[in-house]
Design a protein around this ligand. Structure first.
Ligand SMILES: Cc1cc2nc3c(=O)[nH]c(=O)nc-3n(C[C@H](O)[C@H](O)[C@H](O)COP(=O)(O)OP(=O)(O)OC[C@H]3O[C@@H](n4cnc5c(N)ncnc54)[C@H](O)[C@@H]3O)c2cc1C
Length: 378
């Protein structure tokens, strides 16, 4: 492989965080190289709920119309607790397969001028004199290096960049894990009256298979019509889960709740279960330093209930792009400079509060009480 010129910025990972950051940087005229080990469209386990936080960036990147064309817009969600209590809540977001969303974002990065290399595995970060100076890659059968003034790690929950730089935090209070599959023929009308809302889904916080919650949400343009749903579950800590497989726990959930059983009566699973780690703020780590910035899941920024994974990925991508443009102009990619220009995440006390909030999401007894309160207050 030819000797590569030094790049302005290398972004490792072409998921939403990497692609959005690359698009913003390219828009500002930065020479940006975006690398992903996979070839797109590729599967990524996700609930496929695309919240307002990321949508605002999609608008800025001028692709909201494209998103609209391939999505369902969810308006309500039904929550069912383990003890059978139910509440319908406003829950507005787009819903589309991540394979489609991520393809759209990667194409957008390229359209704005980012150079994209797919099938390119980053194996290490080059560090010299205490600064990240580029990455080592495996690409088209060759092991080689690409150098840059700045490395942006957007390589997800198991970030190689964070590992190579020695900032990946050990497991603290828990490490979330989620799994999803696609089903067709799910009777959404069993959850809410047909036609009552344009689109809806169901979340279930279940006592039997705790600590866990489940969802079934229509996905894509034909989701509601065809009962084409993303069905999934999230556990707070995979290791303390009761030893049963998540598929078994899913089957129990369907059997034990008559509403859910009817919903899935004629449903067919059309894609296999796929799982992935959830890095949330309890794993938060140093997310910038000399010559590098981490964004999205690579930086463990997600805050379930408060800020979903995709919105955090997009917000951190935008903040990193802004900081990177300034740093490259000033020729100063030092930790001190990033400290000045990157807005800090919440302080310790706030973080503890947020972690408690995350944990409560997996506590079906607490969810039961929250639903009771909601129902009592109309
Ligand atoms: C089951 C489940 C359900 C979820 N549901 C939702 C939801 O409904 N809504 C929501 O907002 N969030 C949800 N999340 C979280 C959401 O998926 C993540 O927060 C989001 O994908 C983060 O985006 P990212 O770009 O940071 O990382 P990713 O989307 O993980 O992208 C990382 C990219 O880096 C690439 N990569 C990794 N290692 C390397 C390497 N060494 N070299 C080159 N490339 C590499 C990968 O191929 C990948 O394309 C869910 C997560 C899970 C697991």
């Amino acid at each position: 492989m030819m000797q590569q010129k030094e790049r302005g910025a290398i972004i490792v990972g072409g998921g939403p965080a990497g692609a959005i950051c690359a698009a913003y940087l390219a828009k500002e005229g930065v020479d940006v190289l975006l690398l992903d080990k996979d070839r797109f469209p590729r599967q990524k386990p996700c609930g496929d709920l695309v919240g307002e936080g990321i949508t605002s960036h999609i608008e800025k990147l001028e692709i909201i119309h494209e998103l609209d064309e391939i999505s369902t817009f969810i308006k309500r969600i039904k929550i069912i607790t383990g003890s059978g209590r139910e509440a319908i809540m406003p829950f507005e977001c787009y819903s589309l397969a991540r394979a489609d969303l991520d393809m759209l974002l990667l194409d957008t990065a390229a359209k704005w001028g980012a150079e994209v290399w797919q099938g390119c595995q980053v194996t290490d970060v080059i560090e010299e004199e205490g600064f990240a100076r580029g990455v080592k890659i495996r690409y088209r059968g060759c092991e080689t290096e690409v150098r840059s003034k700045l490395v942006i790690g957007a390589d997800g929950a198991t970030s190689q960049v964070a590992k190579s730089l020695g900032v990946m935090k050990e497991k603290s209070s828990g490490r979330g894990y989620g799994q999803r599959a696609y089903f067709k023929g799910v009777k959404l009308s069993k959850v809410l009256a047909p036609g009552q809302y344009d689109a809806y889904g169901v979340f279930c916080f279940d006592e039997l298979v705790k600590p866990c919650y489940f969802w079934a949400v229509p996905v894509g343009r034909t989701g509601v019509e065809e009962g084409y749903c993303n069905v999934g579950m999230m556990v707070y800590d995979r290791e303390t889960f009761r030893g049963m497989s998540l598929e078994e726990s899913f089957n129990q959930w369907v059997k034990r709740n008559p509403i859910i059983a009817e919903m899935f009566e004629d449903a067919k699973q059309i894609e296999p279960w796929l799982g992935g780690d959830i890095t949330d703020a309890s794993q938060r780590m140093e997310h910038f330093g000399n010559g590098f910035i981490l964004i999205g899941d690579a930086a463990a920024l997600m805050m379930p209930l408060k800020k979903d994974g995709l919105s955090k990925a997009a917000d951190s991508a935008a903040a990193a792009a802004k900081a990177a443009v300034l740093a490259l102009r000033k020729k100063n990619c030092s930790r001190e400079f990033f400290e000045e220009v990157i807005k800090e995440e919440p302080q310790e006390d706030k973080l503890k509060e947020d972690i408690l909030m995350i944990q409560s999401l997996y506590d079906s007894k607490l969810m039961d009480r929250i639903i009771m309160n909601l129902l009592n207050n109309g």
